[in-house]
Design a protein around this ligand. Structure first.
Ligand SMILES: [Zn+2]
Length: 280
């Protein structure tokens, strides 16, 4: 194999991909969605961040990234212009087809870099189906969710500012894509009562006398008309740099561990039906 000139599978010719297969690289599959993220963030934010983290992780580990799957399950946001949602069954079918084609060509070490909660069920279903059918073990990295877990100590009260289009998402976007954050349009912290429901965030409402919230399936705009919750106004690019260091650092550690753990296992070595191509 020639010296690696890119981490993007989609920039290689079929000849280069053919040469890549025997080295059995880990492939990162970015998965996102097109959905609103408050008045100040772009509707492509989930995809942009999935791609950013996947690329950094690939560059630092020897993994490759496949062309991304940019449409996901965002039905709760469909009343906001710019949101483009697909049905869960559609995403599941696309994920299954893409992974099955990669496996057929001999790539057997696959990790989703899925950056949207509504896609999690489809990712898990496909991973479990492929585990059963092909013996492979897939991984999944969820950048936004990692940020929630890894950034708590940087806030006085994380729970008060965390949210969809709130923090730490706004800080992360300010650090990664400053030109795409419209601070002048920012709004947030606008939960409205919906009947007897008092929203916490997303699908979660207060249950009287209970410390743990309850789940409710309203559309997002029925609780948060601006599209954001939490408090995006405390977002800074400086904090976003910490997000990048920690989330990318985690993703790199995950991919390295997955790589080490699967380098010599039998299910990863097994050859698929090699892609045959009659050059003409
Ligand atoms: Zn999302």
């Amino acid at each position: 194999m020639a010296e690696r000139r890119t981490v993007e599978l989609g920039r290689l010719s079929w000849k280069e991909v053919e040469q890549l297969v025997p080295s059995n690289p880990v492939l990162l599959i970015p998965v996102g969605t097109v959905e609103q993220h408050g008045q100040h963030m772009p509707v492509n934010a989930d995809n942009m961040v999935a791609g950013f983290v996947a690329r950094r992780a690939a560059e630092e580990t020897g993994a490759y990234i496949t062309p991304a799957i940019n449409y996901g399950v965002s039905m709760a946001f469909r009343n906001f212009p710019g949101t483009i949602s697909v049905q869960p069954a559609t995403l599941t079918a696309v994920l299954r087809d893409v992974c099955t084609e990669l496996i057929r060509q001999g790539f057997r070490r696959l990790i989703f870099v899925n950056n949207h909660g509504g896609n999690q069920t489809s990712c898990e279903q496909v991973a479990r189906d492929l585990h059963r059918e092909h013996g492979i073990v897939m991984g999944s990295i969820y950048p936004w969710n990692l940020g929630y877990g890894l950034m708590r100590d940087t806030y006085d009260d994380a729970a008060a500012v965390y949210g969809h289009g709130g923090e730490p998402e706004t800080s992360a976007m300010l650090a990664m894509f400053p030109d795409d954050v419209r601070l002048d349009l920012m709004a947030g912290r606008d939960p409205i009562m919906n009947g007897a429901f008092k929203p916490r965030r997303d699908n979660t409402i207060e249950i009287e006398g209970q410390p743990v919230g309850g789940t409710i399936y309203l559309d997002f705009d029925e609780l948060f008309p601006s599209g954001a919750n939490g408090d995006p106004s405390v977002g800074t690019a400086e904090r976003g740099q910490i997000w990048i260091e920690r989330v990318v650092g985690y993703a790199v550690a995950f991919v390295k561990q997955f790589d080490n753990a699967t380098a010599s296992v039998s299910w990863a070595k097994r050859k698929g039906d090699a892609a045959t191509h009659s050059a003409g």
